[in-house]
Design a protein around this ligand. Structure first.
Ligand code: PMP
Length: 288
């Protein structure tokens, strides 16, 4: 596999960053996870816009234009002969001194890894996920706005570890007020009495590109979709539940905190949303 680092393609084993990079030292950087479907990069412009917003929010001046980054993403896919895959785009603050101040970090690093996609096993799309609420809370938006897709994932990792150690596939994370924020790497949706609900960004949800696409899917299906603060109780009594993310796409949830959802089976509306989502990924995208 060839990895893009600052304009060069290098073999995987040679793809290295400095131990003085503040991305490594402090998680001081941002990233995107992007899908390649049949030679089309899905919603590349939206991903690059989110990357630019994340960069602006953390005062990281990216010296590359959106077009340059887009071309580097496409070239990374071509170099690796990929038609379907997952692209990880990382921008770090760059090399600086030990110490928190980034004032000596003058050269941000742009890294692009275009790889095969690692998905949940296919049976989870058939049988659905069993999830549990984590005792690890999502970072308070006042501490770090959830819209920033930063390299700081430690609390999400701890929540994922909680869930996996208990034998579950995924964890639901609450915010410090006890409202549902999202899963550790996916957004969450419920269906209740014919309407779909998802937590707002202000509750600690990342504004996922898949989430945005699901808003369009719901509109296509004529189903009302509302952003609302949700409690665990709302999840427990939901008629259906699903999670969304670039890698997971739309994945059904059939049990939350030991309470079965839709009798422990993926729900019909979730299946409809997934079908419309799949039609969108095959229609749209930037050719590599
Ligand atoms: N929430 C978190 C915390 C994430 O890391 C991600 C991306 N993996 C998502 C939600 C889903 O966002 P997207 O649909 O843009 O992949």
């Amino acid at each position: 596999m060839k990895v893009y680092i600052n304009g060069d393609f290098v073999e995987q084993a040679e793809a290295k960053v400095s131990v003085f990079d503040h991305g490594f030292l402090y998680g001081d950087g941002i990233f995107e996870g992007i899908r390649l479907y049949d030679g089309n990069v899905f919603r590349l412009d939206e991903h690059l816009e989110r990357l630019e917003y994340s960069a602006k929010a953390i005062l990281l001046n990216m010296p590359w234009s959106r077009e340059e980054i887009a071309e580097a993403v496409c070239e990374s896919c071509r170099q690796n002969n990929l038609k379907d895959g997952y692209i990880r785009l990382i921008v770090t603050r760059g090399v600086g001194y030990l110490g928190l101040s980034p004032k000596n970090c003058t050269q941000p690093q742009l890294i692009i890894i275009a790889d095969k996609i690692q998905l949940y096993p296919p049976e989870f799309y058939e049988t659905g996920l069993k999830v549990i609420t984590s005792s690890t809370r999502r970072i308070n938006p006042a501490a770090l706005p959830p819209m920033i897709k930063s390299l700081n994932y430690l609390n999400n990792i701890l929540a994922k570890v909680d869930a996996v150690n208990l034998g579950f596939q995924e964890a639901v994370m609450l915010n410090d007020q006890g409202y549902v924020a999202e899963a550790t790497g996916d957004n969450i949706f419920i269906l209740h009495k014919g309407k779909i609900y998802t937590p707002p960004a202000s509750a600690g949800a990342l504004v996922g590109i898949t989430r945005q696409t699901v808003f369009e899917c719901a509109a296509d299906l004529g189903i009302e979709l509302l952003e609302r603060n949700l409690t665990r109780y709302d999840l427990w009594i939901a008629d259906e539940c699903f999670m969304t993310g670039t890698a997971a796409e739309v994945i059904p949830v059939v049990e939350i905190d030991f309470r079965p959802i839709n009798g422990g089976k993926p729900g019909p509306v979730t299946a409809q949303v997934l079908e419309v989502f799949r039609s969108k990924v095959s229609e749209q995208g930037q050719r590599i």
